[in-house]
Design a protein around this ligand. Sequence first.
Ligand SMILES: Cc1cc2nc3c(=O)[nH]c(=O)nc-3n(C[C@H](O)[C@H](O)[C@H](O)COP(=O)(O)O)c2cc1C
Ligand code: SF4
Length: 570
Amino acid sequence: MTLSQLSDVAILLTFVLVFCMVAVPPLVLLHLWWVDRRQDQHAVLRNYPLLGRLRYLLEHVGPELRQYLFDGDREGKPFSRDEYGTVVSAGKYLKTLISFGSKRDFEAPGWYLRNALLPTLLDDMHVLREPKIETRRYVIRKEGLFARRERLEPVEVSPWTLDEAHAPVLGADLANPWTLGGIVGMSAISYGALGRNAIQAMSQGLAAATGSWMNTGEGGLSQHHLMGGGSVVFQIGPGMFGVRDPDGRWDWELFGKKAAIPEVCAFELKLQQGAKIRGGHVEGSKVTPEVAELRGVRVGETIDSPNRFTMFDDVESLLDHVARMRREGGKPVGVKVVIGGPGALDELAAAIAFRGDGPDFVTVDGGEGGSGATYREMADTMGLPVRSGIVEADDVLRRAGVRDRVRLFASGKLFSPDAMALALCMGADAVNIGRGMMVSVGCIQAQKCHTNACPVGVATTDEKLMRGLVVDEKRWRVLNYVVTLRAGLIGLAAAAGLRSPTEFERRHAVYKDAHGRTWSAEDLFPTPREGDPAPDRRYDAAGMAGVGAGRIVPIAARVPSGAGPGPDGV
Ligand SMILES: Cc1cc2nc3c(=O)[nH]c(=O)nc-3n(C[C@H](O)[C@H](O)[C@H](O)COP(=O)(O)O)c2cc1C
Ligand code: SF4
């Protein structure tokens, strides 16, 4: 080809390119305008073709714009930027320091912790500071407008676990009791809701923190949960994944095998969850061959669990089942519940007292709790927030005289030391954290957990997306988050003049109203004693509880006199 031919071709190509740049966009826009105008599904687009599309764009990026630009530091939900930042900072830098002062609105009503005139010296706290744990933390080398350069450096930290004499023990009468040295552990989240890498990072980080635990969630126990070698609470929901036979019935032999796994420290029957009083749901897109095998379903099949265990339909049959689990498993058994209102646990507590057996722990999940998939109406309105729930549960167990043998776990946005301390004041013995753990492994609150499209590889089983979550990096963050939480909690207990966070009581939580008047939680909800009568109720707890709903039976009529705390005592 000659030079002049080459130049002709170049001119032609330039002409075509310019034509495309000038003529094609208007043609495409004209086509879209025509499509919008003629479609019959969206009124906005029919009336405002093309322009109406902006609405979808803004809807799509709205959450991100609010999160990064428009929400105040303490405003966003479920977690504000400040709350989110605290978890990330603990995980990355092992500290949650702020400077210049709190951003809290001190005029608004809210809860405070009572400090002592003379705090306890940290050296006198009943906690373990040795042996130190090896971890990694980030150090910022250079921070620019578009990038931050950091490096991981090795460092040793104290575990801040409770010493043996002060750590709560569950199931002391069993062959394998469980000691809660760490006070805080992971709340139930299944493999399937979370991806493999997230589970592995949590398993390793929690095990390294010592004294903590991870809860499998209702999706069954996988090798990834066992990877770190730490304590694992095996949760069983109405789907009974991991302990059911091919026909979907409870399989005691399988249960025995799970109980024999050394890492399994306890079982938890999930009766309810704060965000949903309904069966678990996992979209088919998340059901990989491994998840399917674990749960005994087909690959790609959407999983919907029943909304209640089918094998128990009253408190008696529930407690019979718990008793057999304890007997055959030799490990503590708990139930996870949501407190719906006054009297929610009256019948259960009375039955525990009457029979002299029952669960070793009750996990109270607050209505503010999270879920991989739920419906707004249920998440918003059903189930009390956690602090109210703990008080109700603590009260009823005390009145029934069984508080010593039934431990209370609490969950529901208790992701910071002050939130944990308030929960302990109200009556919790230990705290479970769900979403805080997810943030520690990289969750950015995109709120797409149910879609399998989690952009950071946390709540997805998609191999390509999971790649983004590097286990070897995130496990340090889980470990750092947990020990920073404990250190913060110990600091608060010391400031309150206590020698251990287990000594928090209602009098240490103080409520201030909008006028500045104050009451301790003890003033507002006096701690009952064994045998104290229950507050007058216009309805019966069982009548409101679902099974047998509508029966109005005085509680006294169902508890034989002379047994347990007696009719007056419940
Ligand atoms: C993605 C996701 C999955 C969850 N899966 C379960 C589950 O399998 N079983 C359960 O009892 N709770 C489940 N939960 C609820 C948590 O265990 C916890 O009770 C609740 O989120 C409150 O704690 P948080 O505020 O610290 O997240 C899930 C929560 C999330 C966010
Ligand atoms: S980033 Fe979004 S989708 Fe992923 S775990 Fe967090 S909230 Fe769920």
